[in-house]
Design a binder for this molecule. Structure first.
Ligand code: NAP
Length: 239
């Protein structure tokens, strides 16, 4: 799924399905009970895990999924920031948000997370691969400068060219970007895939960028070029 979609769109694409599967019938009274201490029973609640959940779109996705009735594992590479973000959501009346550390570029970190999810929930219904970096330096100026360009009457190709002229990437940024965005996402997906397969209807959402497309010019829409997109990029400290 592309990051052309907002956090709202990502979550609402999951919601219809969520609502259709939360009302499972109660088990028959004569159904055999699982002995305590045996294999953990998979959570009856749907469970979502979001990478990079401490801020930005990841935080918003955690909020919306938890508000829609899912148990949410909010992950972040920084323990303090992640724990604070999860506590913030619980403070907003969403008790089923738990934090677990995850640096997506570290296989050992992903393995520890998989153990946690297996032991606590026994399955994973939704994995949102949101964590990522831009891996470029964008010098787009201040809000007024961006608004001026968007309103200047330039067509999409001209705006894309304007952006391209202000975007640079050195070798180190390129390598870091591949390490996190490609290998990191693959690493986390491989570690969690058995748990997603344990779900009756598991799904994986990969948040990406129109800038990753070769046909980016044709896909540039005015909606993509509003200030909120730029401010999100800039607030990530990568501009
Ligand atoms: N917002 C946009 O306009 C836009 C456009 C295109 C694509 N995207 C993509 O959409 C996703 C979310 O965007 P955003 O604007 O919300 O980004 P953001 O504010 O920069 O947040 C990125 C999140 O990813 C985390 N992260 C980065 N590297 C990580 C790693 N190795 N392990 C774990 N977490 C890591 C960050 O953690 P820290 O807080 O520790 O840095 C942060 O929580 C990103 O993948 C971004 O590249 C966004």
């Amino acid at each position: 799924m592309s990051a052309c979609l907002s956090a709202d769109a990502i979550v609402s694409s999951l919601i219809g399905h969520i609502h259709s599967t939360t009302n499972s019938p109660a088990p028959a009274p004569d159904q055999p009970k699982i002995m305590e201490g045996s294999i953990p029973k998979p959570s009856e609640k749907r469970v979502a895990l979001v990478t990079g959940g401490n801020r930005g779109m990841g935080f918003e996705i955690c909020w919306q999924l938890a508000s829609s009735g899912l148990a949410v594992v909010l992950t972040a590479r920084d323990e303090r920031k992640g724990a604070e973000a999860a506590a913030r959501l619980r403070g907003l009346g969403l008790p089923d948000v738990v934090f677990h550390q995850l640096d997506i570029a570290e296989p050992a970190s992903a393995a520890r997370l998989a153990d946690f999810v297996r032991n606590k929930f026994g399955k994973l219904d939704v994995l949102v691969n949101n964590a990522g970096i831009m891996g470029v330096t964008m010098e787009v100026g201040d809000e007024a400068a961006v608004k001026e360009i968007v309103r200047s009457g330039k067509d999409q190709n001209e705006i894309a060219e304007w952006l391209k002229q202000r975007t640079t990437q050195n070798t180190q940024q390129g390598e870091e970007c591949l390490k996190i965005n490609y290998h990191g996402t693959k690493n986390v997906t491989e570690a969690l895939l058995p748990l997603v397969r344990s779900s009756a209807d598991g799904r994986i959402v990969n948040v990406t960028s129109a800038f990753g497309l070769l046909r980016v010019r044709a896909l540039m829409s005015p909606a993509l070029l509003d200030w909120s997109s730029f401010s999100a990029v800039r607030s990530s400290g990568r501009s």
